[in-house]
Each structure stands twice: as C-alpha cells, then as structure tokens.
Design a protein around this ligand. Sequence first.
Ligand code: 4AD
Ligand code: MG
Length: 429
Amino acid sequence: MDYITVEEALKKGAGKVNLRGWVYRIRMSNKFVFIVMRDHTDIIQCVVKAEDKKLFEEASKLTMESSLKVSGELKKDERAPTGYELGVSELEVVQIAEPFPITKDFSPEFLLDNRHLWIRSRKINAVLKIRHTVTGAIHGFFRSRGYYEFDAPIFQPNMSEGGSTLFEVKYFKDKVYLSQSWQLYAEAGIFSLGKIYNMSPTFRSEKSKTSRHLAEFWMAEMEAAWMKLDEVTEVAKDEIRFILKKVLENNRKELEILERDVSLIEKYAKEKYPTIKYAEALGLLNKTYKMDVPFGKDLRTIEEAKIAEHFKLPVVVTHYPTEIMGFYKPPNRENPKEALCFDMLAPEGYCEIIGGSERNLDIKDMENRLRKEGEDPKTYDWYLDLRRYGSAPHSGYGLGVERVVAWICGLDNIKDAIPFPRTMLRKTP
Ligand code: 4AD
Ligand code: MG
C-alpha cells in the first residue's frame, strides 16, 4: 500500500488516500468518531460513521497518541481544522496508547519532564523544523563562500572562555574539559585551510538560571585568516540575514503555528544592521535612556535589550573594554582600553546572539592576561606557537544556535530551541 503524508493529502484535496500517523485529538458521539490525525507534516480530520459498525467499534477504542493507519476519500470541509476531511473506509489500529500524560493545564516543568513526549507537539515540531533550516543555512552560507568545515576536539586541555564555566571530565588518569569553544583549534586550522567554520556541541557550566543560558548548546563558529574586525562583523550580519531568508523561504507555516510576527522576520532579513562602538552604546544608554553605566562595565541583559530595541534591528556593538574581555581579544593599538571585538544583539529582548573578535597576536600580552585569570601560560604553549610560526591577523566569531532559533521562533525560553535541554537544573530525560 502506498502511503502519503498528511501535507500531501491536504494538497491533493480529493480522491482516495492512505495515511498513517497518531491520534492528535479525538471526539466521539453515538453517530461519529472524529479523529484528528497527525504525522510529521500536519494534521487532518478523519471521520468514522456509526453505520460502519466494525470500523466504528475499532475507532472507538482509540486514545490520544494511539498509532494508526487509515484509508478513505478526501473532501473539502471548511469546519475541519485544516480545511479537509477524510471519510474513513479502512482503519488499522497499530497500538492503543496508554492514557497520554500530557493533557491540558501543564506547567513548563512538567512538559520538560516529559520532553521525550512533548517534542511531538505542534509547537516543538515547528521549532525543530525551523532549527533544521537554521543549521542547514549555516552550512550553506559558509560553504557557498568557500569556507571549509573543520572539526576540533570536544575534550580540551585548556579553557577559552573563562575557567568558571568549565566542565571538568575525568580523562583516564588525568582530567580534561568539555569544549567551551572551537576557536583555539580553529586558529590553528586557518593556517592550513584559510577560511573555516564548524557547528558543534559546546559546554558551559553556567550557574545562572536565565531564559538564555544552556549548559550544553550548539555553537556555529567561523575563523578566517587576514580578516579584520570591520570585515568579520559584516560576515556575521550577512550570515544572520542569510539564515532569516532561508527560514522565510521554508518555514512560513511553522512561523504561523508559532504565532510569530512574520513581518518582523521579513524586516530583519532585508535591512542593514547598525554597528556602534561600546562607548557610543554607553552614550545612548546614559543620555537617551537615563541609565548609569560606567565605561569598563560589561553590558547587562537590560542594557543589551535597550540598545537593540532602540534600533529595532540586530545591532553590532564593537570595542568593549579590554579589561573585561578574554585574553585572546586584542587591545586596539590606538586606544588600548578598548578591544577589537564585537557582539551582535538581537531585538525583542533576545540580546547577544553572536560574539567574536580579531585575535590577539601579542604573546606577552596574552601570557600576562592568562596569568591574571589564574591560568598557566605553559598549558597554552601550543596555541602561542601559532604566533611564533608565520603569525598573521585573523578574526572569527561564534553564533549561539539556540539563541538564534529562540529569537526567530519568538520563544520565551531557550530550552524550547533544543530537543533535550541541559541546564544546571535539568539533565533528564
Ligand atoms: O560570546 P561567546 O562566549 O564567544 C565564544 O565562545 C568565542 N570563542 C566565539 C568565537 O569567537 N569563535 O559565545 C558565542 C555565542 C554567544 O554569543 C551566545 O549566542 C552563545 O554562543 N552562547 C550561549 N548560548 C546558550 N547558552 C549559553 N550558556 C551560551 N553561552 C554562549
Ligand atoms: Mg559573549
């Protein structure tokens, strides 16, 4: 028997079809059983009439999330949830589901406890399809621009983003850390491949319980030889617009299911994004918004949110204070108090989605800053070698995949942007 998907059936609109899927909703009366059936593509109403005694008996056994196969004639029906109805002529119950734990009135924590079941929901299904487009677009973007995919180890001997968020792992008789970033290895890779990118799991033992932090997330990073700050920020903007265009091409239906304002996504996909310096951002915050942020303080979420809301677009902020930046972010020669680095802040309260920089080429400066962070520069000798053997300017950045997905989907919490979230308080299922 040839089965088609629910989406294909809805497109076909008439004739006999065979479908298989799960009970999404079910309603019974003494005349009819209305089964709203779902598969990975959509939902469709199927009706079983009481006159068909055997069929009716079978259908009456069905429960929410039971698996089934049906055959029947399609017809247009304005009252059905997706505009068509299948008049069932054959029905095979594959499995009668036990009472499904997820009914109405559930708390976010309950849904996370039942994540293995909740990923079937229309909401998470839509998010995961958008995520699929986003990750596909990232590969497409870099490959179309001549970047090579380059992989780094997940077990790493060094920190790159600060010791406080490292996950330590027993490694035979020794210890290593789970990757906080692909970057340090990428800086070795560019001497072989020039322009490279990667997308991989990234680990941070974030003690914060925010709606924007995961302990395990996916970072999409790039690194390119010879590239300077003004160029790398433009690559980041192009990448975001490229991703948004792909989502608009492929996921209008999912955006609608998520009740996302598509006109905003269209705007972000089209317009140019501003770049401002950290010092200008402070001016804006302190003068226009009467806030009181001194130079040298990292921007907090409320401040980032204000900046992006001011422009109503993603904004690139450059030249953060060197003092509060990681050892690999170089001081600006003209003004060493500011570093040659940037963040991209997304509007609508989503804040930092990308972080990047030119890379520090000064061995002494890096050794000093590593010591200040309590690190032994000797452990970084392999990395410092990259400055000893044909050092060259280079830049790169990392994009938080879940941050971008959460923003595009308009999610309240980053946890819904990944199939099985990991946070300080959640390691199951
Ligand atoms: O700004 P971050 O820490 O930058 C780096 O790791 C650089 N080494 C990247 C590079 O230059 N190659 O992280 C990059 C991005 C952030 O902008 C954010 O979007 C995301 O990764 N991110 C997180 N996403 C979810 N949960 C967390 N705990 C995250 N930490 C960072
Ligand atoms: Mg950052």
